[in-house]
Write a protein that binds this ligand. Structure first.
Ligand code: 6R9
Length: 653
């Protein structure tokens, strides 16, 4: 593990505008500090109050926190509730006709769905799952396009206490198969095809490929939503969504579950080749989702919220499927991509749906700047009052553009730092109080005890870089890694930090105002377009190719994607050059797309006779990083056994 040296500090600072601040639910620093004080003085009482205020319990909890089996923490553990009941049923009496979702399809059709209608569709589908024998605790894999049915499938699982595991629709058959096997899933829910940017995505065919490869013996049925007119063959294990639900009742008694009953597993990349099944709880997770949604986005009942993430990632879980619905909000759900039919899609949608709160990723902002920095000016974006970002550090130029051109200088930019593991936003400005600085996620939300420490766990001085940790467990924190409690403890609560602090895996520093600046991962994880990719996963995929003997993958800065993937490859045969090398590089890139998914496709492949290694045969990754970036080599290379390969690897293709 290593941390980086902080870069020059950004000095610009933007206080919330008067109009925004006065209307905000939590207005001004004094109000914000009072909430933080409360959390500091009575940490458990603070969370217990929120859990009573924001969640509806079937049986109230009497114990707030149990740390006796650290780091396997429990929250509200003797309470019973149902997550879907909290997201749907409790809104029906007073807000049944309120629009829950405005769905806009890839081809531009929009459909409003009321809370009552969403409730009925969730109940009916939950009854379908029950009919197939799905019970509390069973795992259900969801491999769907970004449609309302994806949300319905997730909510229906929650309703009957089944544990969903959503796999992003861009993942390959192999990646899907690994997750099905690890989760021991009983059911896969998919669509015949997805629609993205005017093209079809063959989801059902990929499910077939995954299951036909063998090993997925736990799977009993595949439920297929007919999303497109495309003709998809159905086999004995398949059943159509409509066929399954036809005639089933529109209500379904929720299954009351213990607070810590697993709501879902979501796989994410770590430092080894095997993705981690991040297991979240029901009550604690939902509390984090609902509360951070209301605080970070200053939620108001007449807002139109739009999070552009896919439900295949944690952002789509927390700020599409759970947070907004738990708060009874109206939100836009979008099936397509920002550049189809053209680069004004987002701006046109904000205008048409009168979006007030818009939440997207820096990579999307950067690509839209590139494709038309003036485009937003052609649209009426005056409905916007708050803009959010997530997924990676946002560079100050992109931040300023977002603030001025999209937000008209009146919308706070809420840069939210969090992770799959934290379940909900951790460090982000309370928008009615905290002044923002371009590139900083600012201060922890009340109740989040974030800090920056050195190798020994001692706090570093302001301005110095170190490990980002959270010093006290909080309700929405990951409960364990599915099937791997040992890895959970070692990864997140390592002995070096006395097993006390949650180690986030990022390095960061703080400025003189105490603001957090995230510098990047400390492990072998890349952040490509806001998606986490383990270098080991890509290496394993490459080495699985019969031509490849060895591979090392590093990141290098990329203007739009944040980081680009560079792979150094040693073949079993002789090192190719010229056209042969170029052709083989394309072949290997396609291979990785097929093995993992397009998001992992290397941007560059370079061939060498060997990789630079130390005498103890460790690959010198830092050196490879410098080579990939075309930097001068300043590292000590005296421990290298094979210095001559450096020149080969430096050769650009
Ligand atoms: C929500 C999500 C988590 C990693 C995290 C960090 C990076 C996320 C960030 C950010 C700087 C932000 N990250 N948000 N870095 N500023 N606002 O993205 O979860 O996919 O698990 O990724 O993403 O490196 O550790 P996940």
């Amino acid at each position: 593990m290593s941390t980086l040296t902080p870069l020059a500090l950004e000095r610009r600072c933007f206080a919330p505008g008067d109009a925004f601040r006065q209307a905000a639910t939590l207005s001004g620093m004094a109000a914000c500090n009072a909430v933080c004080e409360r959390a500091n003085n009575d940490y458990e009482g603070f969370w217990a109050d929120l859990a009573r205020e924001l969640l509806s319990w079937h049986k109230p909890f009497t114990r707030t926190f149990d740390g006796s089996n650290a780091p396997f923490f429990k929250w509200f553990d003797d309470g019973l509730l149902n997550v879907s009941w909290n997201c749907l049923d409790r809104h029906l009496d007073q807000h049944g006709d309120k629009t829950a979702i405005i769905f806009e399809s890839d081809d531009g059709q929009s459909t409003p769905i009321s809370y009552r209608s969403l409730y009925e569709q969730v109940c009916q589908f939950a009854n379908g799952l029950k009919k197939l024998g799905v019970e509390k605790g069973d795992r259900v894999v969801i491999y769907m396009p970004m449609t309302v049915q994806a949300v319905i499938a997730m909510q229906a699982c929650a309703r009957i206490g089944a544990i969903h595991s959503v796999v992003f629709g861009g993942f390959s058959a192999g990646a899907l198969r690994d997750r099905i096997i690890d989760a021991g899933a009983k059911i896969v829910i998919t669509a015949n095809e997805g629609m993205r940017g005017g093209k079809t995505v063959p989801l059902k065919a990929t499910v077939d490929e995954a299951l036909d490869a063998g090993g997925c013996d736990s799977i009993e049925k595949v439920i297929v939503q007919k999303r497109t007119a495309g003709n998809t063959p159905m086999g004995a294990r398949d059943i159509g969504w409509d066929e399954l639900t036809a005639g089933l009742p529109l209500d379904c008694e929720p299954t009351w579950v213990e607070a810590d009953h697993p709501l879902f597993i979501l796989y994410t990349s770590g430092s080894t080749g095997k993705p981690k099944g991040i297991q979240h709880s029901s009550a604690g997770y939902l509390l984090g989702a609902a509360n951070s949604f209301r605080w970070a986005f200053d939620y108001k009942p007449d807002d139109v919220f739009w999070c552009t993430a896919d439900v295949g990632w944690i952002t789509g879980h927390t700020y599409i499927c759970y947070g907004p619905l738990a708060m009874g909000a109206t939100q836009v759900v979008f099936e397509g991509v920002p550049t189809y039919p053209d680069a004004s899609r987002f701006w046109s949608m904000i205008e048409r749906h009168k979006v007030t709160t818009f939440y997207t990723a820096p990579t999307a902002i950067r690509s839209l700047i590139k494709l038309g920095a003036d485009l937003p000016k052609q649209f009426d974006l005056s409905s916007l009052r708050l803009l959010g970002t997530v997924g990676e550090p946002i560079n100050p130029e992109a931040w300023m553009w977002y603030y001025e051109v999209v937000g008209g200088g009146r919308c706070p930019i809420v840069d939210t730092w969090w992770q799959t593991e934290t379940g909900s936003a951790m460090i982000a400005p309370m928008p009615g109080a905290v002044a923002t600085k371009p590139g900083s996620c600012t201060l922890p939300l009340p109740g989040i005890m974030a800090d920056i420490v050195d190798e020994s766990g001692a706090p570093v001085e302001l301005g110095n870089g170190g490990f980002l940790v959270i010093k006290r467990p909080f309700p929405s924190l990951v409960r364990t890694i599915w099937n791997d409690a040992d890895r959970f403890r070692k990864t997140y609560f390592p002995d070096e930090f006395n097993g006390q602090y949650y180690l986030a895996g990022d390095s960061a520093h703080r400025d003189e105002d105490g603001y957090f600046w995230i510098m990047g991962r400390i492990d072998d994880v890349l952040n490509v377009s806001g998606h986490r990719l383990g270098t080991m996963e890509i290496e394993s995929a490459l080495v699985a190719n019969p031509l490849v003997a060895e591979a090392a993958v590093v990141g290098k800065p990329h203007e739009v994607k944040g980081e680009a993937v560079v792979a150094f490859v040693v073949l079993k045969g002789p090192r190719p050059t010229g056209d042969a090398a170029r052709l083989l590089a394309v072949e290997l890139k396609n291979w990785v797309s097929h093995e993992i998914g397009k998001i992992a496709r290397p941007d560059e492949i370079r061939f060498g006779d060997d990789l630079p290694k130390t005498r103890s045969s460790k690959i010198m990754r830092r050196l490879l990083r410098s080579i990939a970036r075309g930097e001068e080599i300043t590292q000590d290379t005296s421990t290298l056994v094979n210095g001559e390969v450096i020149a080969q690897l430096r050769e650009a293709m």
